[in-house]
Design a protein around this ligand. Structure first.
Ligand code: PZK
Length: 287
């Protein structure tokens, strides 16, 4: 007897299902969000690019930290995962000053309670990568917290391990990406504990939806950087004068195909795998 699949929740662009007592299914759709709004137009294969990248990174970081991946499904967009007890913090590692890190630095000279050199520009590389924890907000945006607050939530010993592992993952992935012409400006990890209370990497990992990827060839600190994947969609939305309220605009076919190409290009640059090979047989392509 096979048990019923139970829908457990929806992220902005992903779905989570329960398979049995030990296993979950994480499915990435082709939906795209910009300025925090889900657009009515999908980007074909976007979910496969994200799932393939997560599976690629899980396979290559297993020596640094065990992860929740059990199996990549044949649809190329679904991961069977171990059920974990997820830690109630977001673990963002920043190597560059962008987004809320830049905002906090501009206002206070520090990020998550860590003071930084004076005079940094937006998008500047940081002297060293920082773990900048945040609380998981039910609605709206995650709130950055300092290390003391994060350690109070998960315990000081576990937080120290999270910091060591998150920084090691960022250093590994950013060095890999940089050799392939992509800057990994920052990335968000989510960790959990397994049944033996060992730390495990969960969620998606090192994808364009959980990270800022910048083309290295266009890097110019002193302002925001073009996004590797979403820039055409953002520029198109800006050109409409849309107020960034729901519903978002439909995206024309040329912007959709250009955006799909950018996702595929990021996949191929980072993995060294032809995306057509991934579509033909995801498991074989990632071996
Ligand atoms: C888990 N989410 C976030 C992702 C959604 C929600 N291995 C795990 N064990 C237990 N829980 C989770 C995971 C993972 N990963 C992840 N919520 C719970 C999430 C995608 C879609 F609706």
């Amino acid at each position: 007897m096979t048990e019923a699949v139970v829908h457990l929740g929806s992220g902005k662009v992903r779905e989570l299902y329960g398979l049995d007592d030990e296993r979950l299914l994480l499915t990435a759709s082709d939906r795209i969000s910009t300025f925090d709004v889900i657009l009515p137009t999908e980007i074909p294969d976007k979910g496969r690019v994200l799932t393939g990248l997560s599976a690629f990174w899980f396979a290559r970081t297993g020596e640094l930290i065990p992860n929740h991946l059990l199996a990549l499904r044949n649809d190329g967009r679904s991961l069977e995962c171990r059920r974990l007890e997820m830690l109630p913090i977001e673990c963002v590692v920043r190597g560059y000053l962008a987004g809320s890190g830049w905002k906090d630095y501009r206002e206070t000279g520090s990020v998550c309670g860590r003071s930084l050199p004076v005079g940094l520009l937006e998008s500047d590389r940081l002297p060293e990568p920082l773990l900048t924890p945040a609380t998981k907000a039910r609605s709206g945006h995650d709130e950055n917290i300092d290390a003391t607050a994060a350690a109070a939530i998960v315990g000081a010993e576990l937080y120290a391990e999270v910091e060591r592992v998150a920084l090691a993952l960022y250093r590994f992935a950013s060095a890999h990406a940089e050799r392939r012409g992509i800057i990994l400006a920052d990335t968000k990890f989510e960790f959990g504990l397994d049944s033996e209370r060992r730390l495990v990497l969960g969620d998606e990992a090192l994808t364009p939806d959980s990270s800022r990827f910048w083309p290295a060839s266009e890097y110019a600190p002193g302002g925001p950087q073009p996004s590797y994947d979403k820039q055409y969609v953002r520029d198109y939305c800006e050109s409409l004068g849309w107020d960034k309220a729901e519903p978002g605009p439909e995206i024309p076919t040329d912007i959709v195909s250009g955006t799909r190409s950018r996702y595929v290009e990021a996949f191929e640059l980072l993995t060294g795998i032809a995306f057509t090979d991934y579509l033909a047989d995801p498991q074989v392509a990632l071996r």
